[in-house]
Design a protein around this ligand. Sequence first.
Ligand code: ATP
Ligand code: MG
Length: 422
Amino acid sequence: MAKTIQAIRGMNDCAPTESPLWQWVEDKVRNVLQSYGYSEVRMPIVESTPLFARAIGEVTDVVSKEMYTFWDNDEQLTLRPEGTAGCVRAAIEHGWIYNNEQRLWYMGPMFRHERPQKGRYRQFHQAGVEVFGIANPEIDAELILLTARLWKELGIDQHVSLQLNSIGSLEARKNYRSALVEFLQQHIDLLSDEEKERLEKNPLRILDSKNQALQEVLNGAPKLLDYLDEESRTHFAQLCTLLDEMGIAYEVNPKLVRGLDYYNKTVFEWVTSALGAQGTVCGGGRYDGLVEQLGGHATTGVGFAMGLERLVLLVQEVNQHIDLPRAVDIYVVHTGEGTTLPAFQLAEKLRTNLPHLRTMTHCSGGNFKKQFKRADKVGAKFALVIGESEAQNQQVVVKDLLGGEQQVLAQADVVDFLKTAF
Ligand code: ATP
Ligand code: MG
């Protein structure tokens, strides 16, 4: 036999047995987003590399070491590592946000060259939201309400919690950065080589270091919230008040800064302790400077992205009450002279009249025993059986595969029977 070829490490297949749960999760996401009036956008999976370098920032983990980049003739292209940059690019390019508010969402694969482990893959899927042209903290609150509603729908709301922070304006962050660097210089011996490098390039990232000893020391570090500009402070206070009034619980986490450069003011993450190290299921924040940075007219932005693999894992872990649709409801069995055509006609009639049911017609021949085995294997609830005498008399045997009883019906009555049976 020829040598088989395997999938790329960290890039997963979705098996036929797994896709019903994925579809269930994706439907919930879609329905919640649409219930808030958001519109779907679809962007290419490949963009020009400088877009990500400019939007996300050269010194971030994503741009400095996680991107899949290749040359296409003399142009450098990258498989998108996230959706915000492409969405902003498209919004500017097509004038979606010129003098206009937009509430947009997207869903699809993203690519990052990371070390694969549970909840961390090289091809993974995000559902994301980007809202343009609304500066008011009311929209920040709406995004959080929307995600909270989704967690309820997914049955995971008892297992996620909200971390919230404001990282203020660029100016405020500059001031804070100096204070933080000065503080960290006094504890330089606790920093790893990588963190020493970050101290120069991106010191705020050190705040979410996994190093326990350093974390203890960081509890005494200057707090970004104390360095906020007046406008960001008011914005954050208004957001917190609205969340309080709407009954959304959160924890203000002064060390939450998020990995990407483009954020300002609000940042948030929904985290869980049920998935081990990969505990962040959703992260987002405000990026008021990004549109201008990418060449558009100054337009505020705020958004988030959630990792669908982590959500699916969490649903599997904590929600045992999902009623997933069966892949096949009705299996049409037929054998003998002149039975194929009536079987096909009957199945088509069911699909026309009962489009919510899933009807499969047996196509690989064989005796009834073999065909019933298939019907059981695909998990059908009813088998519709057409033998030679049923074909001649325009009848069909309806067999309840779960209960075992069977009855003979006129083919003309099958639709009505199945209407009441499901
Ligand atoms: P992490 O800290 O886990 O690396 P991140 O800050 O890099 O996450 P974001 O860029 O904010 O993640 O992406 C939003 C969400 O996408 C994350 O909260 C997570 O749920 C998901 N995500 C990010 N990277 C991966 C990955 N490699 N595999 C699976 N899901 C991912
Ligand atoms: Mg990451």
